[in-house]
Design a protein around this ligand. Structure first.
Ligand code: NAD
Ligand code: DAU
Length: 366
């Protein structure tokens, strides 16, 4: 079976792609980008619409004839199989997951079920369908993963593709397991796969349980800004549209069997990042400098809190020529402006009204 990474003979062009988790934060950016950059591509978005799925994130593409939304669970092998029969996918771009570390500490089993069994279900259906159609050579299964599989860094060093796996939360353990299952399907059955492991994303349409949108919302509303522990944990932040661009590059030019780390070489301690957000939000709202600093509240640390993540993305850069397109200052300012200009989005997400979107827009379409 094929196991040495090898380049495609020319950039791939797919006929129909199954995107999972497209109603989430990163997935919605990726779908918008795919429709913009691939004129002939049919995109089917399979999403269970958990609390994290919000179809309003894709309101601007829902009438595009190349785009189809299907509400369903990636663990439903029958449904996934019928979608393969109907749409004859030649690519799977798998993003659906339970994605929030704090929730994984509270509800670990949901993470293991969706992230491991869900991934295995998709792999199995893809293997069967592509074997029956005899099209393994033209197909691709792309698994979108996280840098958290590598564990936690000290003050020095970067995660590279050869860093040993050392996941430490139920979330990262579930993503590490799913990476292993993806590789197992490649080595054992010759399934054409590619994996990317990305650092922390930020940008528009992110659910306000994650640090940056939560802090923006609380600064706007003048609510406490909860900082875990001493706020000295470090994350490497990447603009979500740069992640989407990297995913597009890997989808079309990534070497089969290869792994790509994606990151911004943009490390920030949480406390410094929150100060930066205070500065930008207060300035945009015409408040005096430092107005919201008193909202900072140090709270109990996250259990098993990883200290530092930082990515060496040189493999992706040298092989596929990808680099981030914006500075952090630009990306963060753009992001703050989006949340300030889209407060209705934030209100709907916070109140739960966004969960009515599917019934209102899709339920009577048959
Ligand atoms: P998200 O939580 O915003 O979205 C996840 C989506 O998956 C939601 O739309 C949800 O409804 C859907 N989903 C969940 N369980 C499902 C199931 N059983 N069946 C079908 N759909 C289901 O997540 P995100 O931040 O957009 O992350 C997307 C992917 O990227 C995840 O795999 C995550 O591990 C990975 N990732 C995220 C980051 C980040 O910083 N957010 C960084 C690196 C990698
Ligand atoms: O590194 C990639 C990962 O980044 C992704 O795989 C995950 O899906 C994504 O959620 C993210 O994980 P983190 O745990 O790093 O992100 P989060 O936004 O939850 O937290 C960022 C840092 O901020 C982390 O050190 C915890 C801290 N934090 C977070 C919240 C929500 C706080 O101090 N206070 C908070 O209220």
């Amino acid at each position: 079976m094929e196991s040495t990474p090898h380049a495609p003979s020319s950039p791939r062009s797919f006929h129909a792609i199954l995107v999972t988790g497209g109603a989430g934060f990163i997935g919605s950016h990726v779908i918008r980008r795919l429709l913009q950059t691939h004129a002939e591509l049919k995109v089917v978005n399979l999403d269970a619409l958990t609390y994290a799925g919000n179809l309003a994130n894709l309101a601007d593409v829902e009438s595009d004839p190349r785009y189809t939304f299907v509400k369903g669970d990636i663990r439903d092998a029958e449904l996934v199989g019928s979608l393969f029969d109907t749409h004859r996918f030649d690519a799977v771009l798998h993003l659906a997951a339970e994605s929030h570390v704090d929730r994984s500490i509270a509800y670990p089993l949901a993470f293991l079920e969706t992230n491991i069994l869900g991934t295995a279900t998709l792999l199995n259906v893809a293997k069967q369908a592509w074997t029956e159609r005899g099209c393994m050579d033209e197909a691709l299964f792309y698994h979108v993963s996280t840098d958290e599989v590598y564990g936690s860094l000290g003050d020095e060093g970067l995660f590279s593709e050869t860093t040993p796996y050392d996941p430490r939360s139920p979330y990262s353990a579930s993503k590490a397991s799913s990476d292993h299952v993806v590789r197992a399907y490649h080595h054992t059955y010759g399934l054409p796969v590619v994996i990317s492991n990305c650092s922390n994303n930020y940008g528009s349409h992110q659910f306000p349980e994650k640090l940056i949108p939560l802090m923006i919302r609380n600064i706007v509303d003048q609510r406490p800004l909860p900082i875990y522990g001493e706020g000295i944990n470090v994350r490497d932040w990447l603009w979500v549209e740069d992640h989407a661009a990297a995913i597009d590059a890997i989808l079309t030019q990534g070497w089969v069997g290869d792994t790509y780390n994606i990151g911004g070489l943009n490390e920030w301690r949480n406390i410094d990042l929150v100060h930066k957000l205070i500065e930008i939000v207060d300035a945009h709202l015409g408040r005096a400098e430092g107005h919201s600093k008193s909202l900072i509240t140090f709270v109990k640390d996250r259990a098993g809190h990883d200290m530092r993540y930082a990515i060496d993305a040189s493999h992706l850069e040298s092989r596929l020529g990808w680099t981030p397109s914006v500075t952090f200052e630009e990306g963060l300012t753009h992001t703050v402006e989006w949340y300030l200009n889209n407060q209705a989005w934030m209100e709907e997400v916070t109140s739960g009204d966004y969960q009515q979107y599917y019934e209102a827009h899709y339920a009577n379409r048959g």
